[in-house]
Design a protein around this ligand. Structure first.
Ligand SMILES: Cc1cc2nc3c(=O)[nH]c(=O)nc-3n(C[C@H](O)[C@H](O)[C@H](O)COP(=O)(O)O)c2cc1C
Length: 205
């Protein structure tokens, strides 16, 4: 790949973004959050079903209840987990404790209408938009996927039938952990057939 094609605003945001699990106490502007949700709203979705709904959670008591509900289920998961996933969790210092659910100035609960077409794929496309928009505004997050979504969902008075897909604590990073390594482009992208390196148009025969 030539160096010129490997520059651009979206790539810069995607590269600088990383998962953050420690947040400073600095407050977040609601304008930035609404900007990010407006960006998520523009995402494509199966049959334009737009299965996403968002609840912005700012009340400290509610954040605590969501943390308690989430940790209750995580405790059960962490006693059961085995193999590579267990090693990965231990290597990353992760446990059933989820302090970021209280420490982040706010949470965005991402709810999904599961009867929409391709609901899950669509939700995660919107979350991808949201992550880059937060990054653009200098904000960080973690796509926390509770191991039992029913417990935190019960705190939110959401209409019947909606599912909780993720909780995104949002704030300014206080996390020095480096971004996780990514596979090289050569390892994941091919042209016409498996194993053939993509070539820029000008060098094609
Ligand atoms: C679908 C999805 C679910 C995730 N769930 C969790 C989670 O429940 N807890 C957690 O600590 N991180 C979670 N993560 C964050 C990943 O661990 C993280 O994205 C990955 O290690 C790569 O690191 P990076 O985001 O810094 O590039 C999740 C990420 C995705 C995309």
């Amino acid at each position: 790949m030539s160096g010129k094609t490997m520059t651009g605003k979206v790539l810069e945001l995607a590269t600088s973004r990383k998962t953050v699990r420690k947040f400073s106490a600095k407050q977040v502007s609601m304008d930035d959050i609404l900007y990010a949700l407006e960006t998520a709203r523009q995402a494509p979705s199966g049959a334009n079903g737009q299965p996403w709904r968002f609840i912005i959670i700012t009340e400290p008591d509610l954040k605590k209840r969501i943390r308690d509900a989430s940790e209750k289920a995580e405790r059960a998961l962490y006693t059961k987990v085995k193999g590579d996933f267990k090693d990965w969790l231990l290597n990353h210092g992760l446990s059933h404790e989820k302090p970021f659910l209280e420490e982040a100035p706010l949470l965005i609960a991402v709810l999904m209408n599961p009867s929409a077409m391709y609901a899950k794929e669509s939700i995660w496309t919107a979350i991808g938009h949201l992550l880059l928009a937060l990054e653009e505004r200098g904000l960080s997050t973690i796509t926390y996927t509770p191991s039992n979504t029913n417990l935190p969902l019960a705190e939110l008075d959401a209409p019947q039938g909606l599912k909780l897909e993720a909780i995104l604590p949002v704030g300014y990073s206080d996390d020095e952990t480096p971004k996780e390594p990514k596979k090289d482009l050569e390892e994941i992208a091919f042209m016409n057939r498996w194993g053939v390196k993509p070539t820029p148009p000008h060098s094609r025969a």
